[in-house]
Design a protein around this ligand. Structure first.
Ligand SMILES: Cc1cc2nc3c(=O)[nH]c(=O)nc-3n(C[C@H](O)[C@H](O)[C@H](O)COP(=O)(O)O)c2cc1C
Length: 270
């Protein structure tokens, strides 16, 4: 399956069919995870965890006892790096037919952190269950999806801009980047808040975070994980469509509203 199809097809899976994760799938996922690089070059270590062994649970997940978690040092840009790298793993798992859900909140975090041997300097941003999707979602999963409108995304013109934040970007004006930006639009985000905004300016696409209240405690900003996911989708979609891009952090100094923060850019190389 193409990466664009994988991105379109992926959804959070919270109801699994009870079949244990096949050893060969676990092996492929951990081997892939260990090789994933992120544009910030921040090392992350990954573990596949047996929920029964460590007493791990999530009130929203049923039908699997297998999770993957990652930990890293709490350094600048840790959130974006984690978002980028974990989403690569999520898309890889999806390609194998293995369901996932990004989980930052709804888990017994202490047990997960213990299972990961987390030190004082480290952070374990998110975990995900791994398993095979059940043919029907649980009632709870259905209600949850409705509650956060998980099946919808903001319109293209609300997220992407042409030269400045004052001018929405149409799909037509985005030209060959339209499908790449569409892949960003479909990305998962915490509570489906979709904080990513992007401005196409000359040969660059500048990514910004639109802060919502309650995600940034001054030490950690969960919406920067969402930004990393958006950067991942942009890069993998561009690669698949044969558009060479290069990652940079170089704030173009565009005028922005107070709640909008520059994150990173991609330069289009052709
Ligand atoms: C950083 C992050 C944290 C999340 N944390 C949780 C969580 O704690 N519990 C949960 O059920 N879903 C969580 N989600 C899943 C989102 O609710 C979900 O991705 C979003 O509603 C869009 O739905 P979809 O993934 O099915 O497209 C999280 C997603 C992200 C990206």
């Amino acid at each position: 399956m193409s990466i664009l199809d994988t991105i379109r097809k992926r959804r959070s899976v919270r109801t699994f069919d009870g079949v244990p994760l096949k050893q060969e799938d676990a092996q492929k996922i951990i081997e892939f995870a260990e090789k994933v690089e992120d544009p910030y070059d921040i090392p992350i270590s990954w573990k596949i965890l047996d929920a029964k062994k460590y007493g791990l649970s999530s009130p929203v997940i049923v039908g699997t006892d297998c999770y993957i978690a990652g930990k890293m040092h709490r350094v600048p840009h840790a959130e974006e790096a984690f978002g980028y790298a974990f989403e690569k793993i999520v898309l890889f798992a999806e390609g194998l037919g293995v369901g996932t859900t990004w989980i930052a909140g709804t888990m017994n975090r202490d047990a997960f952190e213990k299972a990961m041997d987390l030190s004082e300097e480290e952070v374990m941003p998110c975990v995900s269950p791994l398993g095979y999707p059940a043919s029907r979602m649980s009632l709870r999963e259905n209600l949850m999806r409705k509650g956060i409108k998980a099946d919808t995304r903001n319109e293209f013109e609300e997220l992407f801009f042409d030269g400045s934040f004052g001018k929405p970007l149409s799909r037509d004006a985005a030209g060959k980047l339209a499908d790449v930006l569409e892949a960003v639009r479909f990305a998962p985000s915490a509570v489906n808040m979709q904080p990513w905004r992007a401005v196409l300016s000359g040969n660059s696409v500048h990514f910004y975070e639109k802060h919502s209240r309650g995600y940034d405690d001054g030490r950690w900003d969960t919406q920067k994980i969402d930004m990393g996911i958006a950067l991942c989708h942009f890069e993998v979609a561009a690669m698949e469509l044969g558009i060479p891009v290069s990652f940079t952090i170089s704030d173009p100094g565009l005028a922005t509203a107070k709640d909008i923060e520059y994150i990173a850019s991609f330069e289009i190389l052709e």
